[in-house]
Design a protein around this ligand. Sequence first.
Ligand code: ARG
Length: 279
Amino acid sequence: MTSMTRRNFFATLGAAGALALAGCNGSGEPAQTTGDQTTDQTTDEASYTLVKEGVLTNVAELGFAPFEYIDEDGNTVGFDVDLSNALAEKLGLTCEWLPNQAFDTLVPTIQQGGKADISIAGMTISDERLEQVDFSDPYLNSNQGIVAAAGSDLNSESLNAEGMQVACQTGTTGDEWISENLPNATKVPLADVTAALMGISTGLYNAMVIDLPVAQNMIAESFSDLEVVEEIPTGEQYGIAVSKDNPGLLAAINDALAAIEEDGTMDEIKQKWFGTTEI
Ligand code: ARG
């Protein structure tokens, strides 16, 4: 998205705030948390609602290493998980993750309210999604990559041909990129990234378009027979999705984000998951 859109958006946040506490979202009993009681951060809004009192409830698609995935012990781990824990700590909350959900259900889940407070899911801020949810300030830059069999010599030109099967995760920016840039290929949207990469290994698909850091991580960890054949400089930025009915929470998250960027926590988390702070 453009920075202009963000500015316009935040300019209107004040007016939206007046309506923020008009009703509870969802069926449960949302907790009312006074920002000033739980943190010494000053927020633009006096308070916010949470699905569960004292808890920052997260929802994500959990097959997106190193951002969010289930480890061998069955724990939900990753860069976004550490980030969410750090934000929750600043807000005086604990963190919980709902069970895995398909990526294309995350924005509707946040929009609907009542199930999760936020989605941290390596999710790119886009104008289209901003019509349905709010996003925090950006926390990480990303691009797309084309993954194919190592040594296959494929690229965005040769893949744009009839008979080429190009996989993606359903509803992602990679999905959109294929539609816009490989009109002659057959797009194969799948719920699961690992299934898509496995399909390239076994020759079912020719390639996949996916966020570059995830492609690099998955190839290094489990797919030595695949490689990134082309990097696509889409210039994406990840943000945290929050309901439009919860501007107080958005403000609190942005304050917490600024605080962990300031105090070095963000750099620690980047170092832990990427071995560098330059990402
Ligand atoms: N950044 C891409 C997008 O926002 C892909 C995100 C996929 N995330 C996930 N947890 N599966 O569309």
